[in-house]
Design a protein around this ligand. Structure first.
Ligand code: DGL
Length: 276
């Protein structure tokens, strides 16, 4: 198929659940005329506490479902999948596959003032060392300290993004990072950008200074734009692109939470349940 025909195809984005909508939102803001098909595997979330082989199996099923939607590029919004299954997905796709870890790591390496980056992510992402490897590729002298922050996922899902509970949980997770004097923090999980304000507030309070906080979702949207331009796959239309959401369970519950993740830009009729 000619590149010009591929330009009009959609961008496929998937995540273990809802959190990847933060990536879909960033892509929509960065590339408003592109059509996006987002798949949230909410029947099987969370991936972050599962084994690498299970995550790979789930990731392949998600990629296959989006492949059937005739996409031109696959964005793996899930940090956990990006950490353990990206190469496998790249091997099986005949279009570009972009994960969230490499863009987030590159941005972190660019903004760190003194070369000590803290990463918060799921257990599986931290165990994989994915951020460490990606940051070291940019600059091997950068020091990285990671800490799993799994409870931030359900807090974000429930909309408990500020208030006493969120603050206490965030303090517990940041403490080991602040105590070793990190100078930059990477939000290495799809859900954490929803708590960004509270995370920044607590980080400043605990470290006594304002530190750069990197959101992998924004970094990924920017790299996606460059990737599409470079491969001649950018949509040439001026009209607003569509956003279709596929979910593997409970579309009704999903639409409520999705509104929160997408600042209310999603229509109920655009949420479709699929079996994968
Ligand atoms: N999407 C996952 C990630 O970014 C968080 C939720 C999960 O554990 O599945 O790592």
């Amino acid at each position: 198929m000619k590149v010009s025909q591929n330009r009009t195809k959609a961008i496929g984005v998937f995540d273990s659940g809802l959190g990847g909508l933060t990536v879909a939102r960033a892509i929509r803001n960065q590339l408003p005329s592109e059509d996006i098909v987002f798949l949230g595997d909410i029947a099987r979330v969370p991936y972050g506490s599962r084994s690498s082989s299970t995550v790979c199996k789930y990731a392949q099923a998600c990629a296959k479902t989006l492949h059937e939607q005739n996409i031109k590029v696959l964005v793996v919004a899930c940090n956990t999948v990006s950490a353990v299954a990206l190469e496998l997905l790249r091997k099986n796709c005949n279009y570009p596959v972009l994960g969230v870890i490499e863009p987030g790591a590159r941005e972190g390496a660019n903004v760190t003032p003194g070369g000590h980056i803290g990463v918060i992510a799921t257990h599986r992402t931290v165990a994989s060392g994915g951020y460490e490897k990606a940051i070291k590729l940019v600059d091997s002298t950068i020091k990285i300290t990671s800490n799993p922050a799994p409870l931030l996922v359900p807090l974000a899902e429930e909309g408990w993004v500020d208030g006493e509970v969120a603050k206490l949980v965030i303090q517990r997770y940041l403490e080991p990072l602040v105590s070793v004097n990190i100078d930059t923090l990477i939000l290495g999980c799809t859900h954490y950008p929803l708590l960004r304000h509270t995370i920044e507030e607590q980080l400043e309070k605990m470290s006594g200074r304002q530190l750069p906080v990197v959101d992998s979702a924004l970094a990924t949207a920017k790299e996606l734009q460059l990737l599409l331009e470079k491969s001649g796959l950018s949509c040439q239309e001026d009209t607003k692109g569509s956003l279709t959401i596929l979910v593997t369970d409970m579309p009704e519950k999903f639409s409520e939470t999705a509104m929160r993740f997408l600042d209310g830009i999603i229509l109920k009729e655009n949420i479709i349940q699929v079996d994968i």
